[in-house]
Design a protein around this ligand. Structure first.
Ligand code: B3K
Ligand code: ZN
Length: 855
């Protein structure tokens, strides 16, 4: 009986702790790998030179789903103890050679981790712990080594990391001179064609560049290549970082769990994040592609040359690289628009995470499955922490510290302590309190009181961070608060000043003022905090009209809008006049960047409004929130009726398509005007734009507007007909139908699409376009009867058996379930418990649903 019970109960998942870190007891001097590629029986032969650091250590190697054929130490056959996690074997006390041959099956690998196949092409994804599905190895980032790889296959293109070695019919050899952890290993083999180019580095190294794609996609590579060269130049000019190999390859892959991967010298991209053409890609796609190419390229220094000691230090490479790609985008496009986009992203994705059941520090202290920690907190809040550090120490000190970081730690696997030490040493500042940003989870809330007497204005701030799972007590953090003061007639009397808050409550005074000023607080979003300040509609309207800081100006409009929408959603009678007039003034101010004007008129997400209502002590009603947003848009459209044709006409872009920021901004404005017009003209203008469109930005905007008002049947069919052979466009076709569905229809629309012949569970892009878009449809997913929750849960249960990583990530759509009423909560809990109770559930998904349920 006891035995039967034991068999029926799966082993409790193991939790890994930061505090338990121990170094690997061997160094790895070199790694030689030979791959004999076969779809279901690939042989991997490894030859690894180990050197023990001490005496008597057992060699323990990771390995999962590997069929070990033989193993030798110094030429002698050995019989290691093999488990489902790896192997162990007695090791000599002197340097020795480990050799092994394993068999793996790339074709049946639907998890898309390790070596797998996508449309007949072999490719890999090793970060975080996928290399152990390729061969037995110490698969941890602090074990760095030099790799030589031989690929044997009849496929025409055989790629791996580093520089090219011997290539002949049937094989290719690659050698990567830079020591790297196994998670940066990559291999690609297939019938690929390349878009070639060259780049000469600042010191004169001639680098061969290639973007490898399937035949038929070659015309979609030009933009990505330009973005790559711009990134290479930017990193030289801004950070003094040069590329360090003779070749840099990018490969586009259709089946990929995330956006892209920075493997040394061989970046692998989700095809949606690299391929672009005017007729198939929107301006937003172009901007995203440019940013992701830059991000992966920048990892070459921040991630690859200097890597992480362990996965708890993930923000060391990700936070810094996100920060660097944001700097790049600001330089390439509009810094103000980028800052606002980032603030929206943080509030929309990271704040809910930071303040919900999945809350964790920027540097987590424990995990079960590391893939679950590639989060908005590690990435985006991690980048904000660096932005604050730069603000606090100043630009010159920041770049000086970075220089020290690169010289001191090149070739090493580092920690946040190493990173902080570099700043402390180069600036002389004590950063121990600042470091709390890495260890304390939750979003600080900043409340503000003001007094004015005899020309002296005092701002008193109080910071508070609510308890988060596993962390009840919070200490005050260092918060850089950028403030400016405006006079009552709208002149700036105190320009942007950085206040450095370190106490729980702290006052700052400004003297010599003629009248009580209007404060503009948290300019440029100087810290990732929630500002809790009761501002009258009149004051927000004043700031929206006069603030000199674009972020603060936009944010004043946002607050005004949030307040109006919240009271509308609660059925209160609402005065929206100042808001609408404020928006109209900005929208029609031709001296402003069109993109910025569109940002000012765009509404907060419905989920963000639900969060705001919940924070204010109300139970959010998704339908009422949706209704409030629709009503406000309708009122804006009616108020703008006379202006819209002009706004639309003056933002038409003529000539050949160019995705530059200026042209994109005009198209964005024209599409915004189209959106409002569609509420008034029954879709006439949208139908015309759809018929005339010569690029995807215009075509898909027109189609979306039509579908949104319940029309567009013919256009949807025509669009499908036109693009049925282009997977990336068909992803858009799936996504827009779900995204634009009326709340009461969203489940049915999504369900019908999952029965479409082009729907597939095995392609993450298609799955996300359909089910991910559905989970993001606030009023559709949170339907009162719970059908949204159960529909998504059904699909996640199915997907988990094939692809745990993507399933676990999509479970986050449930993270806000406790905000809603008891009926919804009951249904969400039931759906989550069904997932949790699925037999054979992956460790990935199990960890996520357990945390989300939280009890
Ligand atoms: N480093 C990869 C992400 C890997 C995710 C593994 N689950 C892409 C990036 O951040 O650049
Ligand atoms: Zn990254």
């Amino acid at each position: 009986m006891a035995l039967a019970l034991k068999d029926a109960t799966p082993a409790a998942p193991e939790t890994i702790y930061l505090k338990d870190y121990t170094p690997f007891p061997f160094t790895v001097e070199s790694v030689h790998l030979t791959f004999r590629l076969e779809p279901r029986a690939t042989r991997v032969i490894s030859r690894i030179a180990f050197a023990p650091k001490g005496h008597g250590a057992t060699l323990e190697l990771h390995g999962e789903e590997l069929d070990l054929k033989w193993a030798r130490i110094d030429g002698q056959e050995v019989t290691p103890d093999v488990t489902d996690k790896g192997l162990s074997v007695a090791a000599p006390d002197q340097p020795f050679i480990w050799e092994a041959e394993v068999e793996i099956s790339p074709e049946t690998n639907t998890a898309l981790e390790g070596l797998y196949m996508s449309n007949g092409m072999y490719c890999t994804q090793c970060e975080a712990e996928g290399f152990r599905k390729i061969t037995f190895y110490p698969d941890r980032p602090d074990v760095m080594s030099v790799f030589t790889v031989r690929i044997e296959s009849d496929l025409p293109v055989l790629l791996s990391n580093g520089n090219k070695g011997e290539v002949a019919a049937g094989f290719a050899e690659w050698h990567d001179p830079w020591p790297k952890p196994a998670y940066l290993f990559a291999l690609v083999a297939g019938e690929l064609v390349n878009h070639p180019d060259r780049f000469t580095t600042a010191s004169g190294r001639d680098v061969e560049l290639n973007i490898w794609v399937r035949d038929g996609d070659l015309h979609k590579c030009g933009f990505g290549m330009e973005a790559l060269k711009a990134s290479m130049r930017w990193d030289e000019e801004v950070y003094g970082r040069e590329y360090d190999l003779d070749i840099f390859n990018i490969v586009a892959v259709d089946d990929f769990n995330m956006g892209a991967m920075e493997n040394k010298g061989l970046n692998i991209f989700n095809s949606s994040c690299v391929l672009a053409s005017p007729d198939t890609s929107t301006d937003a796609n172009y901007e995203r592609i440019e940013a992701i190419i830059a991000h992966e390229y920048f990892h070459n220094w921040t991630g690859n040359r200097i890597t992480c000691r362990d996965w708890f230090q993930l923000c060391l490479k990700e936070g810094l690289t996100v920060f660097r790609d944001a700097q790049f985008t600001s330089d390439m496009r509009s810094a103000a628009v980028k800052r606002i986009d980032d603030a929206m992203e943080l509030r929309g994705r990271q704040f809910p995470e930071d303040n919900g059941p999945l809350s964790h520090p920027v540097r987590p202290e424990s995990f079960q499955e590391i893939n679950n920690f590639y989060t908005a907190t590690v990435y985006e809040k991690g980048a904000e922490v660096i932005a604050m550090l730069k603000r606090l120490v100043g630009d010159a000190a920041y770049y000086k510290a970075l220089e020290l970081y690169f010289t001191r730690h090149d070739g090493q696997a580092c920690t946040i302590e190493d990173w902080i030490a570099v700043f402390e040493e180069s600036t002389g500042r004590d950063l121990s309190q600042f470091k709390l940003w890495y260890s304390q989870s939750g979003t600080p809330r900043l409340s503000v009181a003001e007094t004015f007497a005899e020309g002296t204005y005092t701002l008193t701030f109080t910071q508070e961070t609510k308890p988060t799972p596993g962390q009840d007590k919070k200490d005050p953090k260092v918060i850089p608060i950028a403030v400016g003061l405006l006079s009552p007639n709208g002149d700036e009397v105190v320009p942007t000043t950085l206040l450095e808050m370190t106490e729980a409550t702290q006052s700052f005074t400004f003297e010599g003022l003629g009248a009580k000023p209007v404060p503009s607080i948290l300019r440029d979003f100087s810290a990732p905090v929630i500002l809790e300040r009761d501002v009258s509609p009149a004051e927000n309207a004043f700031l929206l009209a006069h603030d000199t800081d674009p972020f603060a100006r936009w944010d004043a409009g946002r607050s005004l809008m949030r307040d109006v929408l919240m009271s509308m959603a609660r059925g209160e009678s609402t005065e929206d006049g100042p808001l609408i007039e404020g928006i109209v003034t900005v929208l029609t101010d031709r001296s402003l960047d069109p993109s910025f004007r569109v940002q000012v008129m765009s509404l907060p997400g419905e989920s963000e409004l639900a969060a705001a209502l919940f924070e204010a002590g109300h139970t959010p009603d998704p339908d009422a929130i949706h209704g409030a947003c629709e009503t406000l848009r309708q009122r804006l459209a009616e108020r703008m009726q006379d202006e819209l044709p002009r706004l639309y006409a003056e933002n038409q872009v003529s000539g050949p398509f160019s995705p530059d920021a200026k042209s994109a901004g005009k198209r964005e404005m024209a599409n915004a005007a189209l959106g409002l017009t569609t509420r008034l003209d029954g879709g006439a203008l949208a139908a015309r734009q759809f018929a005339d469109a010569d690029n995807m930005t215009l075509q898909i905007a027109a189609l979306s507007r039509l579908v949104q008002i319940g029309k567009g049947e013919a256009q949807l069919a025509a669009f499908y007909e036109q693009w049925q052979d282009d997977r990336l466009v068909i992803d858009k076709w799936f996504g827009l139908q779900v995204g634009m569905a009326a709340p009461e229809r969203a489940v049915d629309v999504a369900r019908a699409l999952t029965a479409h012949k082009d729907f597939t569970m095995t392609n993450p892009n298609r799955f996300r376009a359909t089910l991910g878009t559905f989970g993001g449809h606030h009023a559709g997913f949170h339907r009162a009867d719970g059908s949204g929750y159960h529909f998504l849960a059904d699909w996640l249960i199915q997907l988990d058996a094939k692809n745990p990583q993507t399933t676990a990530r999509m479970c986050t759509l449930f993270q806000t379930w406790r905000r809603y009423d008891a009926t919804r909560q009951g249904e969400a809990r039931a759906a989550l418990e069904r997932i949790a109770g699925t037999s054979g559930l992956s460790r990935d998904t199990n960890e996520m649903v357990t945390r989300i349920l939280g009890d």
